[in-house]
Design a protein around this ligand. Structure first.
Ligand code: GLV
Length: 317
């Protein structure tokens, strides 16, 4: 049996599954291991089931024991792992695509609704019994007829587009390449970021974090948005320059934000906390029982496939 270090606590049935296939080390207290602890603990192990909270940068990867052959990331995103460093050491990196598309798109839509319809302010008022119905109370932005700009039209972006379309939004997108007509499903393609932003009444950031996308939404690009646009992010915090977005909220260039992901999680930029028009969630994208179970099972299957066949369908490096 292969020896696998599992860095975070998984749902019970997934740990049971892992225990049947591997000699697995579990983290029953769900302690956040430091990078040096992961290096230390992985001695004598064949692979690591990492999560997005494990920072596997080049320095950490270079210190892993030679026995480690796979990092199976319990996430679709893999911005926490230096793919090149892993490749150089002959370590495969895998992720868990598809299984979290629906759950994450649901949160993407919640962010759009929460930001556009002033849910944060409404909750605060309702809790404090500080409201009365009136014709002009907490007037928000209606989705029907507004333009949704999707940055990154992968699986999650496409699902958000589908739901948003059913709500009457007009879908625009920017992606490295134009999708087939079938996948596009009537959405309007922009081959550059500027053109997309200039038509985005609401922006939904859905692209992976990479060297190319870090701080893509910044002081300069925010200016391309129409005045009073809404910015939402269901992907990764690294894609947004927080200071620039908070400044845009201060100036009312941006009407509201809906965020589920942040730079430096869980220590999000405190500037967001003072804004009533910031609808913020604590990285809940894939947090449903069905999805977290499917993700962990896939992360386990990826390791199993890799050791059985020498390769894995979900290998990303
Ligand atoms: C969640 O954020 C993931 O990348 O799976």
């Amino acid at each position: 049996m292969k020896k696998i270090l599992i860095t975070r606590k998984l749902l019970r049935e997934c740990e049971d599954k892992a225990a049947k296939i591997f000699e697995a080390s579990f983290n029953s207290n769900d302690e956040l291991y430091s990078q040096s602890k992961v290096i230390e603990m992985s001695k004598g192990y064949d692979g690591i089931l990492t999560s997005l909270t494990d920072k596997m940068d080049a320095e950490t990867i270079n210190k892993l024991p030679d026995t480690i052959k796979i990092l199976s990331n319990f996430a679709v995103g893999f911005g926490n792992i230096d793919l090149e460093a892993a490749k150089k050491r002959g370590i495969a990196v895998t992720n868990t695509p598809d299984v979290l598309t629906d759950a994450t798109a649901e949160i993407g839509i919640l962010l759009i609704l929460g930001a556009c319809r002033r849910a944060h302010e409404g909750i605060l008022d309702a809790k404090e019994s500080n409201w009365k119905w009136s014709a002009d109370y907490l007037i928000g932005k209606q989705l029907t007829g507004s333009r949704l700009g999707i940055l990154g039209m992968g699986r999650i972006g496409q699902k958000i587009a589908k739901i948003a379309k059913s709500l009457g939004m007009i879908i625009h997108y920017h992606n490295r390449s134009k999708l087939s007509n079938e996948k596009e499903d009537g959405a309007i393609y922009h081959d550059n970021l500027k053109d997309l932003l200039s038509v985005s009444d609401v922006l939904s950031v859905c692209c992976p974090a990479s060297k190319e996308t870090i701080d893509m939404i910044n002081k300069d690009t925010i200016e391309y948005l129409p005045k009073g646009a809404v910015v939402t992010n269901v992907a990764r915090g690294d894609i947004i320059d927080d200071e620039a977005l908070i400044d845009a909220l201060d100036r009312r260039k941006v009407y509201a934000v809906g965020l589920d992901v942040y730079k430096n999680e869980p220590n999000l930029n405190p500037g967001y906390l003072k804004h009533k028009s910031a609808f913020i969630l604590p990285h809940l994208g894939s947090a449903t029982k069905e999805t977290r179970t499917a993700m962990a099972n896939l992360a386990i299957d990826n390791i199993d496939e890799f050791f059985k066949t020498g390769n894995c369908t979900n290998k990303v490096n």
